[in-house]
Design a binder for this molecule. Structure first.
Ligand code: ADP
Ligand code: SF4
Ligand code: MG
Length: 375
């Protein structure tokens, strides 16, 4: 596409549902609405952070963009091409340009393959270069991630978690992609090396002009690395904004609750903790109206019936009836403050909200089959 202002990635009304099968005949008795109508864009060279509790659909969203799982509906445009409409050969060539790095470098690198075989696999699939050229590419990709060329002859288990994640990143980079889905790339790593890997990703983005979808439940890391942030709840994006706006002036009650549970974010901005009653409902039976209403301290009658449409103010988009009303009455800063005080008045500060982030932090499980990288 020639239009330089067009986003590299534009996702519209994307849905990915998984059938629930029962009985001897494996009849379909329902659908898990893992991703249920999400829209966002990412400009070339920028990073969108995707946050939300475990099970809200982040991984499915990332995998759907690359068609590692087939979306049910909606559109994914990458560099002006509709990913969902591409036939296998064209899809393969698009996939070289869009790579994914998984949370768990132990699971995503086949332990029976040498690093060389792991890195070469994609090059062979995409017929990139002869033997010598492939070696050059592999050595260069490893070097970029801070791994010596001698790494090629060794096996993944010979390396530490951080080094394995570097190898996984090199494996994506060797194909010279433009876009990376980074699905919780540091969550499985030791805290002491998380920052090194994040800094490596920041450096690679700058040097190679990469574009990222950065999935994480770590809100501090997301704030650090992202230009824009989308907050996901039960298959939907409830709020999307430039990172600085979102962290300074969150609007959606769920975003307030997420932020209030993070000590570092809270200390800086002196937020009160917000308790969310109950558990996340099943994505097989999302609540009517606003999906967040069973847990929202500010829920009103309308919230139980009407799905809140998007309200936008500048680049800030939110789906919430109360936020829409507050925005009609004042600017985003005033609306954010007012929602924070309504939430506090509705029973915040009992110190239990950390539970919602804790559930996100303790979920190393990926859906079946997610342990494969894209060759
Ligand atoms: N292959 C699958 N088949 C059935 N359900 C799935 C599959 N993958 C994910 N799910 C379900 O979809 C929902 C979203 O999962 P996921 O995308 O992994 O969320 P997250 O990455 O935010 O933790 C969860 O309820 C999960 O159990
Ligand atoms: S629409 Fe209603 S239930 Fe949903 S987040 Fe806003 S106030 Fe809460
Ligand atoms: Mg996930």
């Amino acid at each position: 596409m020639s239009d330089a202002t067009a986003p590299l990635l534009a996702v519209s009304d994307l849905e990915t549902h998984f059938p629930i099968r029962r009985g001897l005949l494996r009849r379909v008795v329902g659908q898990v609405r893992a991703v249920d109508g999400i829209s966002f864009t990412i400009q070339r060279g920028r990073t969108l952070g995707l946050v939300g509790e475990s099970g809200c659909g982040k991984t499915t969203a990332g995998r759907s963009i690359l068609r590692l799982v087939e979306p049910t509906a909606g559109s994914v445009r990458f560099a002006g091409r509709e990913v969902r409409a591409e036939r296998p050969a064209a899809l393969r060539s698009l996939r070289r340009r869009m790579q994914i790095v998984f949370q768990d470098p132990y699971g995503s690198l086949n332990p029976r393959m040498t690093v060389r075989a792991l890195l070469e696999e994609g090059l062979l699939v995409h017929r990139m270069g002869d033997g010598r050229e492939r070696l050059r590419r592999m050595t260069a990709a490893l070097e970029r991630t801070g791994m010596p060329a001698g790494t090629l002859a060794r096996y993944p288990h010979e390396f530490s978690g951080g080094q394995r994640q570097r190898i996984a990143i090199a494996r994506a980079l060797v194909l010279e992609p433009e876009f990376l889905v980074l699905d919780e790339p540091i969550s499985a790593l030791d805290v002491s090396i998380q920052a090194q890997v994040v800094n490596l990703l920041v450096e690679l983005r700058r040097e190679l002009g990469l574009t990222y979808l950065f999935v994480s439940h770590d809100l501090s890391v997301v704030e650090y690395i992202s230009d824009d942030v989308a907050v996901m709840y039960l298959g939907r994006l409830v709020e999307t904004a430039p990172a600085t706006d979102l962290y300074a002036r969150p609007l959606h009650p769920y975003t307030h609750a997420l932020f209030s549970a993070v000590p570092s974010v809270e200390a800086e901005r002196r937020r009160r903790r917000i308790i969310l009653p109950g558990d996340v409902p099943s994505p097989a039976r999302p609540p009517a109206g606003c999906r967040f209403h069973p847990r929202c301290p500010l829920a009103e009658a309308v919230c139980r019936e009407v799905d809140p449409p998007a309200t936008t103010i500048g680049g800030h988009r939110v789906h919430c009836h109360v936020a829409a009303r507050e925005l009609a009455a004042g600017d985003a800063a005033a609306a954010s403050q007012r929602i924070a005080s309504l939430l506090t008045a509705a029973g915040g500060d009992r110190g239990e909200a950390s539970k919602i982030v804790a559930t996100a932090a303790t979920s190393p499980h990926s859906p079946p089959g997610s342990g494969k990288a894209t060759p």
